[in-house]
Design a protein around this ligand. Structure first.
Ligand code: ARG
Length: 393
């Protein structure tokens, strides 16, 4: 191996990895960092990578691409892994894989590398993604190979080699953050019985600090896309960021779950995803107004499958692509406005309207304006229940 493109976070692991790859394989290392919603200082990142020995550093702001090509389809699919996790981390990995491959091709590199641990889902997502896009590239996962057994050993290694590491105290948790959500694990969270301490949360306020008065926001959708908050038009990225702020202020979007990793382990993870929580809720509320029953019920089955594909690292698969086409096929009707009430950790839909609404007040009403043909109900019920009359009692 001659030239390696390393997905670089600026943390201790990937900083040590730069030097470790050079020493172990004698290869040149180019670092690539993606911005997907975590506030990072470009210069600092560049300096750190350089101090570790990177010959070149790519820093790309991928928020827009992430929002439009990964988050949006997952919103349309209502993709929630095991019914809860909006997949923020999982959706970011195939995008990193795509960029690793792109840069490798541009730089004529023969290998890509990442700093994922050897027991998580992320190694699978990045590597399966890279292989689907460019099967010939070698893949290196230093954390699966090297002999360091503790953070302390890595710190010693960094010091010995003049690698700059953050002066700020390391969080007791392992955190991954992007605009679609924050994933937090490790530390005391490893005991699934222990309630998450407040310091595990960074974007949502604790429930006893949220405002006592609720707040209602409206979200406008056009062709399935959320386009405005309270009538103010925003790009998808800004809209998500805004909902994270507002929702986070009301403590919305905390998720505490034990999930089934692809690699067979059950793990306890907490998530903070105010925007994802609100948008899934609002988009779903609008769909229930504009889509017919059969479509609504059937697509739910596909949502489950879609979430698994994303979680299991199969973004670059024909089934994911086909499902995306399915979910996209009716989004032209998902236009309208949803009213969401935020109060003490909860987001609740309290109103919805659409020009494509299939709701008919004249059919639904119990008042004198009723136009539903009750006389047709009797015959309908007779035939509907017919198969079951013949069943032995
Ligand atoms: N469990 C989540 C997933 O597999 C997040 C993984 C990364 N979590 C973290 N805290 N670094 O998608």
């Amino acid at each position: 191996m001659k030239k390696v493109i390393l997905a670089y976070s600026g943390g201790l692991d990937t900083s040590c990895a730069v030097r470790w790859i050079q020493d172990t394989y004698g290869a040149q290392v180019i670092c690539f960092s993606a911005f997907m919603g975590e506030a990072k200082n470009r210069n600092e990142l560049r300096l750190k990578a350089r101090s570790a020995g990177a010959s070149k550093v790519y820093i790309e702001d991928l928020k827009k691409e992430f929002a439009e090509n990964f988050v949006r389809p997952s919103l349309w699919a209502h993709a929630l892994y095991e019914g809860q996790y909006p997949l923020a981390t999982a959706l970011g990995r195939p995008l990193i894989a795509k960029w690793l491959v792109q840069i490798a091709v541009k730089e004529k590199a023969d290998c890509v590398a990442h700093g994922c641990s050897g027991k998580g889902n992320d190694q699978v997502r990045i590597e399966a993604g890279v292989r689907a896009l460019h099967p010939k590239l070698k893949i290196l996962a230093p954390l699966r190979e090297w002999a360091f057994t503790s953070r302390g050993e890595e710190i010693d290694y960094a010091k010995k080699h003049g690698i700059k590491i953050s002066a700020t105290k390391k969080s007791p948790y392992s955190i991954d953050k992007n605009i679609w959500g924050v994933s937090v694990e490790a530390g005391v969270l490893e005991d699934p019985w222990k309630a998450p301490p407040e310091d595990a949360y960074s974007v949502t306020q604790s429930l006893d600090r949220t405002p006592s008065a609720p707040r209602t926001v409206t979200i406008d959708f056009e062709g399935g896309n959320p386009i405005a908050i309270n009538g103010k038009r925003l790009s998808l990225v800004s809209l998500i960021e805004r909902l994270n702020q507002v929702g986070g202020h009301y403590g919305v979007g905390r998720i505490d779950m034990v999930e089934n990793r692809l690699v067979g382990i059950k793990s306890r993870e907490i998530y903070e995803a105010p925007a994802a929580t609100i948008l899934h809720l609002a988009h779903g509320a609008l769909e229930s107004l504009v889509l017919d029953r059969e479509l609504l019920h059937y697509k739910r089955l596909l949502s489950e499958k879609y979430a698994e594909l994303v979680y299991f690292g199969l973004w670059y698969s024909p089934l994911r692509e086909a499902l995306d086409e399915f979910f996209a096929s009716y989004q032209d009707r998902v236009s309208g406005t949803v009213k969401v009430k935020l109060a003490r950790g909860t987001a609740t839909v309290v109103g919805r309207k659409s020009e494509h609404s299939l709701y008919s007040e004249k059919l639904a009403t119990y008042s004198a304006q009723d136009e539903f043909d009750r006389s047709a109900a009797e015959g309908f019920i007779k035939i509907w229940g017919l198969p079951y009359e013949r069943r032995k009692k």
